[in-house]
Write a protein that binds this ligand. Structure first.
Ligand code: NAD
Length: 358
């Protein structure tokens, strides 16, 4: 498939081999400026050499290494990078390239958007989750005291260069984390995509550029209409009210990945949708069986359930102290700003445990 561009007011993306698109020409515009590449340990080992050997102008770039993982998406690491920027005399017109998964693009975008009131940055996502979701839309952020994405900015990258070739070294489990966000995009806005991807079992099928592009389109269409999350954009949080709380809850003991947590969150929030008669039983069962096929279920005791619910009160979507969530009123259709009661959430979490025991 040829390189394709999505150029809106808020989303400027190139999808295809990074060698064939506009990356080279873009770098040329920084020939008199400094370039910093932010990587984590894995993208340093697996992705950086390919990028630098393909674009010799990057040989002069300063490489800054971030520690891997969600536990490092924190202010302490940002401070170190800002200090390194100062030592390296990074100026406002210089360029930051974030080469990595969602942790690198979330944190790198945050670091760049704050330093000297905003440096130019581009994302080169290297995980499937990053390609279909995290690198798109301009949300940058870090966690605080174990709560997800409490500090952040909405600042668009100058461009996102999406080359699925980077996925060759991504572990299978990480491919499925990306699948969770692809399923989310299908469930909130594209029933045809849902039909296309719900039976996918293999990693090879998931990293086809055609499916990646369709999943991206759901997000870019929403961002173009509501870049600052005044309303519509909230749909992209489907699965995340419960998902983020589960991710935070297990963070200290047995961490689960963001994609896995969102997959579980989508079952719980679809279950609530079904209980409210917004979603038919058949549609709910279809969602449940699709997710169970690809993600491990978890067991929650009564005390876990109450603690997970209490974490939901930290969610950014809440208003007036009420827990707000997204619910499905059909496959491919989503309602946002829905107040959900603790009892409904509790029931959905107990239902998750029943699935673990199946
Ligand atoms: N900003 C947004 O809109 C948005 C949307 C969804 C998720 N997110 C955030 O994204 C993060 C999750 O992203 P993720 O799943 O990409 O996690 P991640 O960045 O931690 O990447 C997962 C793992 O894969 C490794 N990796 C990445 N690319 C690789 C490659 N090509 N080869 C080998 N290893 C590679 C990473 O080093 C890491 O160990 C979470 O922090 C989540 O909150 C943000």
């Amino acid at each position: 498939m040829k390189t394709m561009k999505i150029e809106g007011n808020y989303c400027r993306l190139e999808i295809g081999s990074i060698l064939e698109g506009g990356f080279q020409a873009y770098l040329k515009t920084f020939e008199n400026q400094k370039i910093v590449i932010l990587v984590d340990e894995n993208t340093h080992d697996y992705c950086l050499e390919y990028l630098i050997t393909s674009f010799p102008e990057l040989e002069r770039a300063e490489i800054m290494l971030l520690p891997c993982g969600e536990e490092n998406k924190v202010m302490e690491v940002c401070f170190q990078v800002w200090q390194a920027f100062t030592e390296y005399h990074v100026e406002r017109k210089d360029l930051v390239i974030n080469l990595g998964g969602g942790v690198v693009t979330d944190m790198g975008g945050f670091i760049a958007s704050i330093f000297k009131r905003g440096l130019t940055f581009v994302h080169v996502p290297t995980s499937l989750l990053g390609m279909v979701d995290a690198a798109i839309g301009g949300k940058n952020g870090i966690d605080l005291d174990g709560y997800k994405n409490q500090l952040g900015t909405i600042t668009q990258p100058a461009c996102v260069f999406i080359d699925s070739g980077f996925l060759a070294t991504l572990p299978g489990e990480e491919i499925f984390n990306g699948y969770a966000e692809m399923l989310k995009h299908a469930l909130i806005g594209d029933i045809t995509l849902w039909e296309e991807i719900r039976h996918i079992q293999s990693e090879e099928e998931l990293i086809q550029q055609e499916v990646i592009v369709k999943a991206i389109r759901v997000k870019t269409n929403i961002i173009e209409q509501d870049p600052l999350e005044g309303g519509l954009r909230k749909k992209l949080n489907f699965g995340h009210t419960v998902g983020h709380a589960l991710e935070s809850y297990f963070f200290q003991s047995t961490p689960i990945s963001h994609g896995h947590a969102v997959a579980l969150g989508m079952i719980a929030e679809s279950y609530i949708s079904m209980k409210r008669n917004l979603l038919t039983k058949e549609s709910y069962k279809e969602i449940e069986s699709t997710i169970i096929r690809s993600f491990p279920m978890i067991e929650l005791q009564a005390e876990d359930v109450s603690q997970v619910i209490s974490l939901m009160y930290q969610d950014k979507k809440n208003e007036e102290g009420q827990i707000r969530s997204c619910l499905l009123d059909g496959i491919g259709s989503c309602m946002y700003d829905q107040e959900v009661k603790e009892e409904e959430i509790g029931e959905s979490l107990f239902h998750l445990t029943l699935l673990f025991n199946l």
